[in-house]
Ligand binder design. Structure first.
Ligand SMILES: Cc1cc2nc3c(=O)[nH]c(=O)nc-3n(C[C@H](O)[C@H](O)[C@H](O)COP(=O)(O)OP(=O)(O)OC[C@H]3O[C@@H](n4cnc5c(N)ncnc54)[C@H](O)[C@@H]3O)c2cc1C
Length: 395
């Protein structure tokens, strides 16, 4: 019997939703994305892609675009003490030595993912406000009065997910006590800045990160600093460049050189959530930050959402309208523990980065040893297990 392809609605056109749509399309499924913003877009900041997600971008044919728009970082990548004394190299390859670590401008990544979809896949201006389902169909309703029906709905609507409470009891995100100042500096303003490496400086209660994006034309920086003031996480809250410069006064002169060129910056409060025990309710499942918002201290939020998307697509490829709820449970089972480890790992790594140690020698030893964790993280390929789960589904 020929199965008709599943019909999937994705709520949220961020990196997670857009990648999932590409992966589902590659498996021949019907997909529509509903995004609240009037147009797909992203803010001026960078994201770091690592081998564990680049292998999936490669699978759906997007590696050349990553090569074109990204900036590959290599073996010069390094951790430093706050004053610039070297600590340890940064792991940039998987165990096999495959270097697929790229800095990317978030807008470039989003545009690349959206541009790879057939026209008409993305429906901007649709803010999901409600959800219901019966044994056969799932339905999303939107603030503009529209509604959409599908065999399944994927909530990829971020840390404040409107649809998450339809899966699991509503809860508050956890504030980390830190904010990130983020922004971009044109490389031509800092021509000596290397465009082939990821560099991080670690000090008491704060740390500073810089890596290239957009083929090295821009340098992305992030200054993580403590705050007493709990703010709603937002990409758009403006920050004061002078306050940022003061926060890193007395650090490595290279940081001063870069921050000296900062004219505008914005602040983003760092929140995560406890790992969720459940991601799925029948025909509704969570993906990306809706399922597992994490602190950025392993640079894995976007990478894990890409892993989610490829796992979901691999499993749904073998499902039909009847088996779709079991397929969603298989997807959740494959992803939940892996992602919970990364969520917890990001919290632990944040303590290292913010030097919450009385003996900095211990911190430095842990940073050096962390390469082994990164290798395991980057080696992971969810697809073989997803294929086995899909095969088990059809018996
Ligand atoms: C400062 C910072 C640094 C980061 N650095 C990295 C990094 O280096 N590497 C990495 O892997 N990750 C990084 N991340 C994390 C990464 O950006 C996120 O984990 C990733 O973008 C998750 O994507 P998402 O699609 O799940 O959620 P989001 O990007 O939040 O997208 C959700 C989308 O859903 C839409 N939406 C929300 N509500 C609704 C609704 N009701 N109806 C319709 N649409 C809705 C939103 O408008 C948005 O477009 C970083 C994050 C931040 C903030």
């Amino acid at each position: 019997m020929v199965r008709s392809p599943l019909n999937v609605v994705i709520v949220g056109g961020g990196i997670g939703g857009l990648f999932a749509a590409n992966a589902l399309k590659a498996q021949g499924l019907q997909v529509a994305i509903y995004e609240q913003a009037p147009a797909i877009g992203e803010v001026g900041a960078g994201v770091f892609l690592t081998p564990n997600s680049v292998r999936h971008l490669q699978r759906i044919g997007l590696e050349p675009a990553v090569e074109k728009w990204g900036a590959r970082v290599g073996h010069g990548s390094h951790y430093f003490r706050h004053d610039g004394a070297p600590i340890a190299p940064v792991q940039v390859t998987d165990s096999a030595g495959w270097n697929a670590t790229f800095g990317m401008h978030r807008a470039d990544l989003v545009e690349m993912l959206a541009g790879a979809l057939p026209p008409g896949t993305v429906h901007p201006g649709h803010r999901a406000t409600g959800f219901d389902q019966d044994g056969k169909l799932a339905r999303v309703s939107f603030a503009n009065g529209a509604s959409a029906e599908a065999d399944i709905v994927i909530a990829a609507d971020g840390i404040h997910s409107e649809l998450r409470p339809y899966v699991f009891a509503a809860s508050q995100p956890v504030f980390s006590g830190s904010v990130a100042y983020r922004g971009l500096v044109a490389h031509e303003r800092v021509p000596d800045w290397p465009t082939d490496r990821w560099q991080m400086w670690l000090g008491k209660g704060r740390h500073f990160l810089a890596f290239p994006v957009r083929a090295g034309k821009l340098i992305n920086y992030v200054g993580f600093v403590p705050t007493d003031e709990e703010m709603k996480e937002s990409w758009t809250a403006p920050g004061d460049p002078e306050v940022l410069r003061q926060a890193f006064a007395g650090w490595d002169p290279r940081i001063h050189q870069l921050l000296g060129e900062v004219r505008t910056t914005f602040r983003w409060a760092l929140y995560d959530r406890e790992p969720l025990p459940v991601w799925t309710k029948q025909r509704l499942s969570l993906l990306g930050d809706a399922a597992h918002p994490m602190l950025p201290h392993l640079g894995q939020g976007a990478n894990q959402s890409i892993e989610d998307g490829i796992a979901l697509a691999t499993i749904l490829a073998r499902a039909d309208a009847t088996t779709a709820p079991s397929a969603l449970l298989a997807y959740e089972q494959l992803r939940r523990e892996r992602v919970a480890q990364v969520q917890r790992g990001a919290r632990e790594n944040g303590l290292r980065y913010d030097s919450a140690y009385s003996d900095l020698g211990v911190r430095d030893a842990e940073i050096t040893a962390h390469a082994a964790f990164r290798k395991r993280l980057y080696d992971h390929d969810v697809v073989p297990d997803a294929q086995a789960a899909a095969a088990a589904l059809v018996g």
